[in-house]
Design a protein around this ligand. Sequence first.
Ligand SMILES: Cc1cc2nc3c(=O)[nH]c(=O)nc-3n(C[C@H](O)[C@H](O)[C@H](O)COP(=O)(O)OP(=O)(O)OC[C@H]3O[C@@H](n4cnc5c(N)ncnc54)[C@H](O)[C@@H]3O)c2cc1C
Length: 371
Amino acid sequence: MDAYDASAGEIRVFKANFLWMCKGYYRHNEGYTPDWPGTGDYQGAIVHPQTWPEDLDYANKRVLVIGSGATAATLVPAIADACSHVTLLQRSPTYFFPERNRNDLADTLRALEIDDAWIHEIVRRQVLANQEAFTRRCFEEPETVRRELMDGVRAYLGDDYDVETHFNPRNLPWRQRIAYVPEGDLFHGIAAGKASVVTDEIDRFTKTGVLLKSSAAIDADIIVTATGFHLSAMADVAFEVDGQPLDFADTVTYRGMMFTGAPNLVWVFGYFRASWTLRVDLVADFVCRLLAHMEEKGAREVRVALRPEDEGMAILPWIEPENFNPGYLMRGLHLMPKRGDKPEWRHNQDYWAERKELPQIDLDDAVFIYA
Ligand SMILES: Cc1cc2nc3c(=O)[nH]c(=O)nc-3n(C[C@H](O)[C@H](O)[C@H](O)COP(=O)(O)OP(=O)(O)OC[C@H]3O[C@@H](n4cnc5c(N)ncnc54)[C@H](O)[C@@H]3O)c2cc1C
C-alpha cells in the first residue's frame, strides 16, 4: 500500500500479507453538506461538525443547526446554554429515546458489593436483552413503538407541545438510527425556551439566515450543517489485484467481512442497531481463527468465492432500503459491495444471530479457497 505521510510530506510503501480494514464507514476528512442555493450570500459562519473550528465563538449568538440526527441531538444541548438561542431545523423528524444516564441494576449490584467483572457481565447481558426485545418490537409492532417513543418526548415537553409535527417521523422505528438522549438533555433546552425545533425545508440561504419553503425565515449568526457524512467503502483507497483495479461495488460480500475477488482482506463493519464494537469483537475472533487456520494449512492466501450452489443467487444491494435507510446509506449504496440472498452472503445486522453463527463458521467450507 502506498500511503502519503503528511508529516514527512512523502509517499511511504507498506507491505503486508494480510490486510484488515478498520477504517470506519465514513469519510473522516469532510462531512456531507447539501448544495443549497444562496450559501454564498450568507454573511455569517457556516460550520460542519466534522470540521468544527476550535476557536468558534458561539456565546450569545443565534445558532441554527440543520439536521436532527445523532450529531444535532448531541450538539444542541451542549451549546444551548451558552448561545442566545439554538434552532434545530429538520426536513423530517427523528425518533429519540430519552432515558436516565445510569443503570439501576448496576447500582443495586454495586451496593451489594458484587465483583466488578460479574456486574459488567450481568449488566451487559441485561442491556443486550433489552436491545434485542426493543429491536424485535420495532418490526413486530412498529406503530405501538412509535407512540411510545413520542410519549417519551411528550413527557419532557408537555401536552401543549406539537409533538405530532416535530417528533413523529415518516419512517417506522429503527429504519434509521434512534438517538439515545441521556436524561432527556435535548428536551430540557426546548422546554426552557433556549432551543426550538422547526420542521420545514430550506428554500435558500439569505444574507442573514435561511428562507424556508413555507416562506418563514430564520436568522442566525452561525449555521451548523449537521447534515451527515459521506459513506466511504474501503476508505476511498484505489485497490488493485494483480494490476487490475478492484471496485468493491462489483464484489459480493461474505457476511460483511470478506469480498469476492479480494484475497487476504477482512473489513470491520459493525452494527447499525446495536453497538458497533459488538461486531468488532466477533470479527476480530474470526480473523484470529482464520489466520491460525491458514498457518495450520500452510496457506499464504485465502479468498472467498461463490460455490456451485450459489450460481444464480440473486445479487442485491448491501442492505434493503425498507430495512434500514438513512440518507448517508442511500446516497452511497452504489459504492458498497453487493450481497446475495443467502445468510452467508450478507451482513445481516443481527448481533443476536451472529454471536452464535460467526464463531461456528466452518473455515473449510467451499466458500473459502486457500492457496
Ligand atoms: C454521528 C455518529 C454517531 C454514532 N453513534 C454511535 C453509537 O452511539 N454507538 C455505536 O456503537 N456506534 C456509533 N457510531 C458508529 C461509529 O462509527 C462506530 O461506533 C465507531 O466509531 C467505528 O469505529 P471504527 O474504529 O470501526 O472506525 P472509526 O472510528 O471511523 O475509525 C476509522 C479510522 O480510520 C482512519 N482512516 C479512514 N480512512 C483512512 C485512509 N484512507 N487512510 C488512513 N486512515 C484512514 C480514520 O481517520 C479513523 O481514525 C456513530 C457514528 C456516527 C458518525
